[in-house]
Design a binder for this molecule. Structure first.
Ligand SMILES: [Zn+2]
Length: 289
């Protein structure tokens, strides 16, 4: 009897999280209410906002790509969850597929990941091998955002622009760490790829310049956030350096990732001080005195 009870508990704890897809446009390509509610909330639109709602793409290759990826995503959930000790998301995560007015992927609330197939179509057809891998990386990026959002809700309270920029770098650095394709990552011998070295060479001066400005002008406006984590991947001056430093820091070891997450907002400055090349490390130290 005791054995049966134990089995029951083990099986109830190992219940898999459901990933539930919802197509948020109709047969004519117009968005449903679900999608429009999400869009209004995401971009802080109000009743007086007029949006150009059109009959947009119904690109079945991306819908198929997402549907076929869901069984793969279910298998990687435990690995993604591992660095987040004691964080549990709801039993069902909704995968909402829209077709206009948004970014390629983003989270909504605590249990929803959204994809805009119009934006995804910019990467080409959904069925290519490259885009199958891409959609897995995008999902991991967004799922990590849900986990981090849940983890930080009682731990990190943002009251200043300085804290906001640190959080944006932590959050998007972590997300983009999961967006890195193999060509960006250090190999098993610790060799840093040329593309990574060259990109850091371009982004590190920008990172330091923006951080020094932010540190000295605590109430700067939101224009400082431009290109921090939006726009061309190789130009994300905040998210990409943090993601690349994090790759060096963790060597894909989720235990080390957990230690870094526990540093909270300080994680950014810890990585910058450890991995910035000279003279930028000294410059950052100098301007924070
Ligand atoms: Zn992100």
């Amino acid at each position: 009897m005791k054995f049966i009870v134990t089995c029951f508990f083990i099986s109830s704890f190992s219940l898999a999280q459901e990933l539930h897809p919802i197509i948020a446009f109709d047969s004519l390509g117009y968005p449903t209410k679900i999608w429009m509610d999400i869009i209004y909330k995401r971009y802080n639109y109000n009743d007086s906002t007029t949006l150009n709602i059109i009959s947009s793409t119904k690109d079945s290759s991306w819908i198929k790509n997402i549907y076929q990826a869901i069984p793969r995503w279910k298998k990687i959930l435990p690995k993604l969850q591992k660095p987040f000790f004691n964080v549990s998301l709801s039993d069902t995560i909704y995968i909402v597929i829209g077709n206009q007015l948004a970014d390629d992927a983003f989270t909504h609330g605590n249990n929803t990941i959204c994809f805009d197939i119009q934006q995804l179509s910019e990467y080409g057809k959904g069925e290519s091998e490259e885009n199958k891998e891409r959609i897995d990386r995008i999902f991991s990026h967004e799922y990590i955002h849900l986990l981090h959002k849940s983890w930080r809700k009682d731990k990190i309270i943002i009251t200043t622009q300085w804290e906001k920029i640190l959080l944006e770098c932590v959050n998007e650095g972590l997300g983009n760490y999961y967006s890195l394709s193999q060509k960006w990552k250090i190999d098993t011998q610790g060799k840093i790829p040329e593309i990574t070295k060259n990109t850091l060479k371009k982004l590190e001066p920008i990172f330091v310049e923006k951080f020094c400005f932010a540190f000295h002008h605590q109430n700067f406006d939101d224009s400082l956030f431009n290109k921090l984590s939006k726009g061309k991947f190789e130009e994300k001056w905040g998210a990409l350096p943090v993601a690349l430093w994090l790759d060096r820091e963790t060597h894909s070891d989720s235990q080390l990732l957990r230690q870094w997450i526990e540093k909270g907002l300080d994680g950014v400055l810890y990585l910058a001080d450890k991995y910035l090349e000279e003279p930028y490390r000294s410059k950052l130290r100098e301007c924070r005195k």
